[in-house]
Structures are given as structure tokens and as C-alpha cells.
Design a protein around this ligand. Structure first.
Ligand code: EPZ
Length: 422
């Protein structure tokens, strides 16, 4: 397994390009299952998770071709020859469950493995099941697989979700585009990735209103036609790299960055003493003083503070002047980066879903272990500002969600390199 070696090297200066959103692309790719006409996605990120989704779609008979070094993905589902999402693929990537809604809508049948738990939590699919059953699907759990059927097709319905689940919202919205009649989904998730998904579906002829709000209304249609769609900017990669000049000092411009994607996150940065300015090419970030101020953070569904930026924010607050309280309200076990940051000298006290971070002047480099995607990049951020060398092990997590992370950080002056495993 590769490792990443980071050496604290002072302030950063320059530009970092932000890629297309992993979590938008992973919802956009299964859309091909809803139509027999070509779907082309541009501005796609080059990530291992995208390759996993490609394999999954090909396993049910879709044709998926990557072009321009993976930035463009051409997808077509003329003849689907399977409706099963195999455990071997789904266990590696929970987002594989996003084929459930489209397969059900297109083929009237889907057999999708339950993803099983992952490092950050149990991550069940009860909200997906309840919502699709409201549309008339019959779903039962057998041998770890969800067996879903809608023999006479799905029917529109009014359904309120118990929690604003991102994935469940995406599955239902995709399925409802081909259902008979009108679906009103209440307490829907409002994430920008869902807005992007609806924009793509609308280009294909779907009748959808209310994306970005808690109530999404979908008027079923008989079929969807092909489209070309540009994947929205990755707000989590954006927020992650905004924290690099915040933790190291200097000034970095994030190319393609959009303020509307990171509103609440920027409010917290401002409170911590970080300057964010809009430029014609994106967002420019710098810190006002040598040390950031402590701030309290609670993760919430969009537009609240994103859970996917909690680990990275903890790295910043580990060096802040004062005590910060971080509450993780979305996942039950998303503080595994805390003991690793503690190995670097951070002072963090975790009790259940609350982490109390008492800032220290400077972290010290150390060998640390990545446990999940966002924890791994949190450790890199800490290493950028720490004294001495930090080795981050198990970086396969990193490659799931960040393309060319070393090159992007080297370009702004970071001392960072990948150490290939023997
Ligand atoms: C999406 O996961 C993202 N993944 C996650 O990003 C992100 O952390 C999460 O949304 C929350 O914003 C993709 O978009 C591919 P949820 P998803 O359904 O859809 C519980 C990353 O780092 N829940 O909103 O799985 C669940 O256990 C990843 O890029 C149920 O209880 O998230 C969790 O506690 C990590 N039952 C909470 O809801 C269900 O049926 C949020 O889950 C579904 C979810």
C-alpha cells in the first residue's frame, strides 16, 4: 500500500484547480440506466470510485467509455442484461446502491447487495426501501441482498422521509422520473449534488420541480432521451483545499470554486479568521493572523456544515487559539482521525458524537494511519502545517476521492510526495 510523505514547509502560494464532484458523478452515472439513449458526462473527476461505478454499470450491461483521460464519460444502456449489483462491488463502495432506483424503474426488478457497514457507520438502507415501497415497489431482504420488484411499474406517491438522506433522495428522484403519475418527496435532501442530478434529468426530459428545497415534485414520463451534462464542481474537494492556506498561511486561489457551494463552511472560516474572496476564476483564501481562532462546528444536512469537511476542519482547529467543540450529527463514528491527530500532538477529547479540541501552537510530524477518505486528507492537512515529517499510511482511501492530491499541493509549494509500496 502506498504512503504519502508530508513535510511542514511554511506558507502556500498559487492556484489549485477543483475537479468535478465525486458525489455528483456517482449519482449521475446510474442515470444512464433510465434511458436507451447516450448520456455524456463532462468535467468528470479521475477517481477510483468512478472506476468502481463504471465496473458496476458494465456488469449490468451498460456501455461505459472514458475519454480525455477520464474527464469525459460516455454511457449507453441499450440492452441491460442483468439487474443485480453484486456484493463484491457494493461492499467496496456504498454509492453502488444508487443503481437500485434506476434498475427498478427501467427493468421492474433490481437485486442490490446491502453495502454493509463501513468505517464511519452502519449506513443502513431503510430510508431507501421505505421510499421506494411508497412508489409501489415490493422489496425484501434475502441473503444480504435487497430483492426489489415493481412488476406493473412504479406509481407516483406522496412520501415524507424520516431523515433527509442524500442517497435515498437520489434513488427516489431517479426512480420517480419513469413512474406513472406524480411523486412528492418531502424532507428531501438539498445537497448541490442532488440539484446537479435534477439538472441532468431535466435535460433528458424529466419533469421535476423543487430541487434544492425539502420538497421535490416529479411528474413521471414514458421515457427519457439522451443528454450531455457537465458535472458540478466538487464542494468537498474545494473546502478541503481551502483549508490548506488556512492551516499553513499564504494565499491560494481555488480555480472553479463557487461561494454558493460552501456557504456555511465559509461562515465558519470567517469566524476562525480566514479570508475568502471571490475572484473571476474562483475563490482566493488566506488567513488574517498567524493563528486561527477556535470555533464550534455542528455537522448537518446541506445547507448546514458538511459532515464530509468535519475531519479536515478538526485538523485546522487542532492548531487554533482556544477550545473548539465539534459535533458530528450525521454519522455515528466519524472521529477516527482524532487519535491519529493526537499522535501529532493535538489535544482532542472525544465523547460519543462530540469532540473537544484544545488548540496547540504547532503539531509535530508522525507516522499516522488513514481510516477513511476524509480522515486521510485531514491528516495530510495536519502534516502540511506540522513540524517535521508525517507519513500517512493506507492512502488507497485518499485515491477514492482526491485526484492527483500530491501534484495539486506541490503546485502551491507543499513538500509532499507519494511513496510507492514495494
Ligand atoms: C452521501 O452518502 C455521500 N456519499 C457521503 O459522502 C456523505 O457523507 C453523506 O451523503 C452525507 O452528506 C455520496 O454521495 C456517494 P445519507 P449517503 O444517506 O447518501 C443514515 C464521502 O466522503 N441513513 O445522507 O450514504 C446514514 O447511516 C461520503 O464522499 C439511514 O439511517 O448518506 C447516515 O448516518 C462519505 N438509512 C445518515 O443517514 C438510510 O436508508 C446520512 O446518510 C440511509 C441513510
Amino acid at each position: 500500500m502506498d504512503s504519502i510523505l508530508v513535510t511542514g514547509n511554511g506558507p502556500l502560494h498559487g492556484q489549485i484547480p477543483i475537479a468535478g464532484a465525486k458525489n455528483a458523478c456517482l449519482a449521475l452515472m446510474p442515470v444512464t440506466l433510465l434511458s436507451d439513449e447516450p448520456l455524456t458526462l463532462t468535467n468528470a473527476p479521475r477517481l477510483s470510485d468512478i472506476k468502481t461505478m463504471t465496473m458496476l454499470l458494465q456488469s449490468v450491461g451498460a456501455e461505459v467509455t472514458e475519454m480525455q483521460d477520464g474527464k469525459v464519460i460516455a454511457l449507453t444502456s441499450h440492452g441491460l442484461n442483468s439487474h443485480t449489483a453484486d456484493y463484491e462491488i457494493v461492499r467496496k463502495m456504498r454509492a453502488s446502491n444508487l443503481v437500485l432506483g434506476p434498475l427498478l424503474a427501467r427493468m421492474g426488478k433490481a437485486v442490490v447487495s446491502l453495502p454493509g457497514g463501513c468505517a464511519i457507520g452502519a449506513r443502513p438502507m431503510d430510508l431507501h426501501v421505505e421510499a421506494l415501497e411508497a412508489l409501489g415497489a415490493q422489496i425484501e431482504l434475502k441473503d444480504g441482498y435487497l430483492h426489489a420488484e415493481a412488476p406493473g411499474g412504479l406509481k407516483g406517491a406522496v412520501h415524507e422521509m424520516r431523515f433527509a438522506s442524500v442517497g435515498a433522495t437520489e434513488n427516489v428522484v431517479m426512480a420517480a422520473t419513469l413512474a406513472k403519475g406524480t411523486t412528492v418527496l418531502k424532507n428531501a435532501a438539498r445537497e448541490p449534488e442532488i440539484v446537479d442530478l435534477v439538472h441532468c434529468l431535466r435535460k433528458m426530459g424529466a419533469q421535476i420541480e423543487g430541487e434544492g428545497t425539502s420538497t421535490i415534485t416529479i411528474e413521471g414520463v414514458d421515457r427519457l432521451h439522451g443528454a450531455t451534462h457537465q458535472v458540478v464542481t466538487d464542494r468537498i474537494e474545494l473546502g478541503t483545499y481551502m483549508l490548506a492556506p488556512a492551516i499553513c498561511g499564504g494565499e491560494v486561489e481555488l480555480l472553479g470554486g463557487r461561494l454558493d457551494l460552501v456557504g456555511t463552511f465559509c461562515e465558519k472560516l470567517d469566524a476562525a479568521g480566514i479570508d475568502v474572496q471571490e475572484t473571476p476564476n474562483g475563490l482566493k483564501v488566506s488567513r488574517r493572523n498567524d493563528r486561527v481562532r477556535a470555533v464550534d462546528v455542528t455537522t448537518e444536512p446541506f445547507p448546514g456544515f458538511p459532515t464530509d469537511l468535519q475531519a479536515q476542519m478538526m485538523a485546522l482547529l487542532a492548531t487554533a487559539d482556544g477550545v473548539s467543540v465539534l459535533e458530528e450529527k450525521i454519522f455515528e463514528n466519524r472521529f477516527m482521525h482524532a487519535p491519529e491527530l493526537t499522535r501529532m500532538g493535538a489535544n482532542i477529547d472525544v465523547h460519543g458524537g462530540t469532540a473537544t479540541v484544545t488548540g496547540v501552537e504547532r503539531l509535530k510530524g508522525a507516522p499516522v494511519m488513514a481510516t477513511d477518505l476524509r480522515a486521510s486528507v485531514s491528516l495530510i492537512l495536519a502534516g502540511l502545517a506540522a513540524e517535521g515529517e508525517t507519513i500517512v499510511n493506507r492512502v488507497y482511501h485518499l485515491d477514492r476521492g482526491y485526484e492527483h492530491v500530491e501534484e495539486k499541493l506541490q503546485a502551491v509549494g507543499a513538500k509532499i510526495e507519494r511513496i510507492k509500496s514495494q
